[in-house]
Design a protein around this ligand. Structure first.
Ligand SMILES: [Zn+2]
Length: 282
C-alpha cells in the first residue's frame, strides 16, 4: 500500500518580450518568447517507515502455547507453530500491510507496537483468546474463556477464521491500537471505534452492506450494547458496516484533520458528541 506521494509542482514562466512604439514605423519584429524553466528540485520523498515484518532483530520473549513455544516471525509477532511456511510468510506480509494501512490513515503510527498472537487452530484460539476470534486487548488481561494472560497490550487473531488468512482483520485490530492511543482515557462511542477500524482495515467486507439496521447508532455507544447487538451473527457485519458508513460520511464532510482533532479533543476531556455533532448517515 502506498503511503504517500510527493508531488512537485513544476511551473513554467513564459516571458514574452516585445518592443515598439513612437512614430517611426517599424516592422514589427518577432521575438521568440524566452522560456525560463526554473530549476526543479528533486521530489521530496519522506523516509519510508519501517513497515516490514521480518526475522526478529533481538531475542524474543518466549510465548508458550500449552508448553510449546510460539514462533516469533518478527519482533513481538507470534504465530502458532502449526502454520505452514507459506502461511508464515503471508502473515508477515499481512502485519506489514496492516501497519501501512493504519499509518496511511493516521499519517503515522504513534502508539507502541502491541504484541500479536496469530492462531491457526481452534485449540490455539481457545488457549489465547477464549471466545474471541480476533480482538485487541489493550491491558493484556486474561480474556473470557482463555488460559493465557499476556500482561501487556496484545492483538489476537485466528487467521483461519477470516478471509485472506485474516489479512484485513489484522489491520482492523491494529487500527484499534492507534485509535486507543490517540483518544486516551476520553469517552467515546463503541460504534465509532469500530467504524474507523472497519474503514481502515476493510474488515468486515462492506461491499454489499447498505442497510441501516440500527435506527440510532447512539444506542450502541456502550461496549456491551454493541457487543450484544453484533452477537446476532446475521446482523453483526451489517452493524459494523453501518458504523463504517457513518464514520466515512462524517469524514467526507469534515475531513481527516477534524477527525484527528476530535480524538485529541476527547483525550483532553471534551465530550465526544460536542465535537462530533449529529450523526450524518441516519
Ligand atoms: Zn473492532
Amino acid at each position: 500500500m502506498k503511503n504517500r506521494t510527493a508531488l512537485v509542482a513544476v511551473s513554467v514562466w513564459l516571458c514574452a518580450c516585445g518592443g515598439g512604439g513612437g512614430t517611426t514605423t517599424v516592422s514589427p519584429s518577432t521575438t521568440t518568447p524566452v522560456v525560463v524553466v526554473p530549476p526543479v528540485s528533486p521530489p521530496v520523498v519522506p523516509p519510508v517507515e519501517a513497515q516490514t515484518c521480518s526475522t526478529p532483530t533481538s531475542m524474543q520473549p518466549v510465548v508458550l502455547f500449552n508448553g510449546t513455544p510460539m514462533l516469533a516471525v518478527c519482533n513481538g509477532v507470534y504465530v502458532e507453530p502449526a502454520a505452514s511456511a507459506e502461511e508464515q510468510l503471508n502473515l508477515r506480509e499481512s502485519v506489514a500491510l496492516a501497519y501501512a494501512a493504519v499509518t496511511d490513515f493516521y499519517t503515522g503510527f504513534t502508539a507502541a507496537h502491541p504484541d500479536m498472537i496469530l492462531c491457526k487452530t481452534a485449540a490455539c484460539r481457545t488457549y489465547f483468546m477464549g471466545t474471541y476470534a480476533g480482538v485487541y486487548s489493550p491491558l493484556g488481561f486474561q480474556l473470557p474463556g482463555a488460559t493465557y494472560q499476556a500482561g501487556k497490550p496484545t492483538l489476537f487473531v485466528t487467521f483461519t477464521s477470516f478471509p485472506n488468512l485474516g489479512r484485513q482483520t489484522i489491520a482492523h485490530e491494529l487500527s484499534h491500537v492507534e485509535f486507543g492511543f490517540r483518544i486516551g482515557d476520553g469517552g467515546f462511542p463503541a460504534w465509532f471505534n469500530e467504524g474507523q477500524a472497519v474503514l481502515i482495515g476493510k474488515s468486515p467486507d462492506c461491499t454489499n452492506q447498505t442497510v441501516n439496521w440500527i435506527s440510532d447508532l447512539r444506542t450502541l455507544d456502550g461496549g456491551a450494547a454493541l457487543a450484544n447487538a453484533v452477537a446476532d451473527s446475521s446482523k453483526g457485519d451489517a452493524i459494523y458496516c453501518q458504523s463504517q458508513r457513518e464514520v466515512a460520511a462524517w469524514l467526507a464532510i469534515n475531513g481527516k484533520q477534524k477527525f484527528y482533532d476530535l480524538l485529541t479533543g476527547v483525550k483532553a476531556g471534551r465530550e465526544f458528541y460536542s465535537l462530533y455533532g449529529n450523526l450524518v448517515n441516519q
